[in-house]
Design a protein around this ligand. Structure first.
Ligand code: DX5
Ligand code: ZN
Length: 216
């Protein structure tokens, strides 16, 4: 069974507590939190205090996606805030610091995620595969919700699954961007196990049914 991680980027920021309840009652096990700094991506969203606030009102797995430059500076702060999975972008720092970041995330007791933008080949992840608990393949250019799904990213998932099966079979594969009821099966067929969905989840009139279908 797949896992859905609804992105709260499409939630009502005035009513985040209510919307965390919406995720929970729809049966979603995870909540995806998009952190942007206006440097790594051309948008600014939410940061550490909001993650800490969400932690106080939910027991869902907090899947925190850092779209920020040099995330190593903030790993400890996100751990204190209550992140469960902490994902950094491969493009956001030097290889040396990415290795250090993944280790630091695990040493602090969180699950370590590594994400790649659409322009980054899957092969770039190779040297990090054994250091990750999750690899996130972006299916849109990071920065905004509501963009069109890039089906041409699917071969990356297939390649990563094959490699992971050899060196780190427990590592999860996640997709993020443009996931809806039409594109979710395409992602799952290509090997995705965790599916982020922002605008489609919040637009769905029957969210419990949406969760059920995405996770089927
Ligand atoms: C985009 C974010 C996504 C976004 C997905 O940079 O990483 O998590 O919320 O939104 P949808 O599902 O609307 O494409
Ligand atoms: Zn995201």
């Amino acid at each position: 069974m797949a896992i859905i991680s609804p992105s709260i980027l499409s939630a009502d920021f005035v009513n985040l507590e209510r919307d965390m309840g919406v995720l929970k009652s729809a049966g979603a096990p995870w909540a995806h939190v998009d952190v942007m700094d206006g440097m790594f991506v051309p948008n600014i969203t939410i940061g550490i205090p909001v993650v800490a606030a969400l932690r106080r009102v939910t027991d869902l797995t907090l899947d925190v996606h850092l779209m920020i430059d040099r995330p190593i500076r903030y790993i400890e702060a996100f751990q204190k805030a209550g992140a469960d999975y902490l994902t950094v972008h491969l493009e956001s720092d030097t290889p040396e610091n990415i290795h250090k970041s993944l280790k630091m995330i695990r040493d602090l007791g969180m699950k370590a995620g590594l994400s790649i933008k659409p322009g980054t080949p899957a092969q770039a992840c190779e040297e990090y595969l054994s250091e990750c608990d999750m690899i996130l393949v972006m299916t849109v250019e990071p920065g905004f919700g509501g963009q069109k799904f890039m089906a041409d990213m699917m071969p990356k998932l297939q390649w990563l699954r094959r490699q992971l099966d050899q060196v780190n079979p427990k590592c999860l594969l996640e997709v993020d961007g443009g996931v809806d009821l039409t594109t979710a099966p395409i992602c799952k067929n290509a090997g995705a196990q965790v599916l982020v969905s922002g605008s489609a989840f919040f637009k769905a009139s029957d969210k419990a049914d949406f969760v059920k279908q995405v996770q089927a």
